[in-house]
Design a protein around this ligand. Structure first.
Ligand code: AMP
Length: 308
């Protein structure tokens, strides 16, 4: 099984209360692809500039990512700068230098056009539609987006929402897209537009998956070490869709499992700057983390007040 991701490949300058990193390997397609690579073969479509370090390319290849769709264009790589305070759920974007990403026009290589699962990371909805036009009826198409597109291109966004089965966004985005402050009602509105599943990521507060069988919620794992949450949402998506692509299981049980693997990959992402931790995991560590989520959340109902 293969999973295609189309999105940003970046150099990030990140500052958190625990340190700073310049020119670090980042971008939505990178975090997503590395997280998913533990579960399935991953194909990347994106663009970098001539300044993109070879060591970053080597790292991606070492994780088994197929980079045939990653163009190296003349110019500079997309660069993003962000700063976090002690509330790691809130960050300031210091700058977004699109550079070669400004002219990104995704061309899906012929050998990628039949990929079974497609993830449209956070890019212009018009480009997400262009990707969908180039792939042959994938089993699942999924997307992420951000406030910039929700506010500037709502019509395109509605169109692409009608063509994907899975949406993975954060709680603010869910409320903003639906124009509805109540999360459950907002989810119902978005699911009414076509997608079968909506996964709402809530940073350190976990995630909720809404689907035809109701909602499944998982809390955030209280981590010992949190260094940098950049990319955690994309790593979540990589674990979630990697699990679904690997098992093909979208039953209620399968979705719960995918939500936990997604949460596990998101949690690892926060434990270091860039992809340092995410890219160097042993499969047993991922399974251990899955068990930690189970231990954190498992409980039985033994009625105390009245026998029901
Ligand atoms: P997240 O923390 O999940 O929002 O992902 C952060 C990653 O997204 C960083 O590595 C950035 O390089 C990348 N990023 C930030 N802004 C954008 C944007 N406007 N378009 C695409 N990728 C972005």
């Amino acid at each position: 099984m293969s999973l295609l991701v189309v999105g940003s490949v970046a150099l990030d300058d990140v500052e958190t209360p625990f340190g700073r990193r310049e020119g670090a390997l980042g971008g939505a397609a990178v975090y997503f692809g590395i997280a998913a690579s533990y579960f399935v073969d991953v194909r990347v479509v994106g663009v970098v500039g001539a300044d993109f370090p070879q060591e970053h390319l080597d790292l991606l290849v070492s994780r088994g990512l197929d980079l045939s769709g990653l163009i190296v264009a003349p110019g500079r790589t997309f660069r993003w700068g962000g700063r976090y305070g002690y509330d790691l759920n809130a960050r300031d974007t210091l700058y977004t230098e699109l550079n070669v990403f400004a002219d990104f026009d995704p061309e899906i290589p012929a050998e990628f056009r039949e990929t079974e699962h497609v993830f449209l990371a956070n890019i212009a909805p018009a480009l997400q539609l262009k990707v969908l036009d180039q792939v042959a009826a994938p089993e699942t198409a999924s997307l992420d987006t951000m406030n910039y597109w929700i506010e500037r291109t709502p019509k395109d966004l509605r169109e692409v929402l009608g063509r994907v089965q899975i949406v993975l966004i954060n709680d603010y985005e869910t409320r903003e897209i639906a124009g509805e402050p109540n999360l459950r009602k907002a989810a119902r509105t978005i699911l009414g537009w076509g997608p079968r599943l909506l996964v709402v990521k809530k940073g350190e507060h976990g995630a909720v998956t809404f689907g035809p069988n109701g909602a499944f919620a998982v809390p955030g794992l209280p981590l010992e070490t949190i260094i940098d949450p950049t990319g955690a949402g994309d790593a979540f998506a990589g674990g979630f869709l990697g699990c679904i692509a690997s098992t093909g299981d979208t039953s209620p049980e399968g979705l719960r499992r995918a939500t936990i693997y997604g949460s596990a990959m998101g949690s690892f992402c926060c434990e270091s700057f860039s992809i340092d931790r995410l890219a160097s995991l042993e499969p047993a560590e991922i399974e251990d983390r899955f068990r930690s989520f189970r231990d954190l959340t498992q409980f039985d109902h033994r009625p105390l007040l009245v026998d029901v």
